[in-house]
Design a protein around this ligand. Structure first.
Ligand code: AMP
Length: 215
């Protein structure tokens, strides 16, 4: 199955992606994680991306499209994948269509995580992420068993530098302007399924599973 997860920052895309990955055995392809790793490792394009991420802006389309193209050429995505955080602009969505066409494959479903903006700010401020394996936590709704330590791998939990109130506001504005039009784009292609996302992780996952079960 080939899935796109669409929705604002903080809607729970990463958390749901990890659950789908575990249950359905298809890999999560999170452009945000790939970009953060490149920044941490100080690669050439990591250095190019860093100021955009720090400011809550989108990394230029050609950089992200290049990352996804390379990732989709690997063997482990042959039986499916979960795109988490990509596409985020119409240009990226169109580039993705061209890539998939070249590969002779198509997206099966787009899950749109729909949630009010007030809740996003609250969630993002309480978000922590494992420095090593990128597992997301929330200090209020899904806290780790031990403070600041990842349940999965024992890595250190940190707050993302772009999860500060000022950058969160910018990211939400960028989402509204550049990414939200994709809801309409995929709706017109009859691929969009809305997942109301104010509930608990398990409540949201139950809806996701019901949709994927029909595919
Ligand atoms: P995320 O972890 O998905 O919230 O992404 C963190 C940051 O990485 C974003 O605020 C952007 O700066 C950058 N980023 C991730 N995915 C994309 C994308 N598809 N297009 C442009 N920038 C991206």
């Amino acid at each position: 199955m080939r899935i796109i997860l669409l929705g604002p920052p903080g809607a729970g895309k990463g958390t749901q992606a990890k659950k789908i990955e575990e249950e359905f055995g298809i890999p999560q392809l999170a452009t945000g994680d790939i970009i953060r790793l490149a920044i941490k490792e100080g690669t050439e394009w990591g250095k190019r991306a860093e100021p955009f991420v720090r400011e809550g802006q989108l990394v230029p389309d050609e950089v992200v499209i290049g990352i996804v193209k390379e990732r989709l050429s690997r063997d482990d995505v042959r039986n499916g994948f979960i795109l988490d955080g990509f596409p985020r602009t119409l240009k990226q969505a169109e580039a993705l269509e061209a890539m998939l066409q070249d590969l002779g494959i198509a997206i099966d479903v787009v899950l749109y995580f729909d949630i009010p903006a007030e809740e996003l700010v609250r969630r993002l401020s309480a978000r922590r992420v494992c420095e090593s394996c990128q597992t997301p936590y929330n200090l209020i709704s899904s806290p780790p068993k031990n403070d600041e330590i990842c349940d999965r791998c024992g890595g250190k939990l940190v707050q993302r530098p772009d999860d500060t109130p000022e950058v969160i506001r910018k990211r939400l504005a960028v989402y509204e302007e550049q990414t939200k039009p994709l809801v309409e784009f995929y709706s017109r292609k009859s691929l969009l399924h809305v997942v109301p996302s104010s509930g608990t992780i398990e409540e949201i996952y139950a809806q996701v599973k019901a949709i994927l079960g029909k595919k």
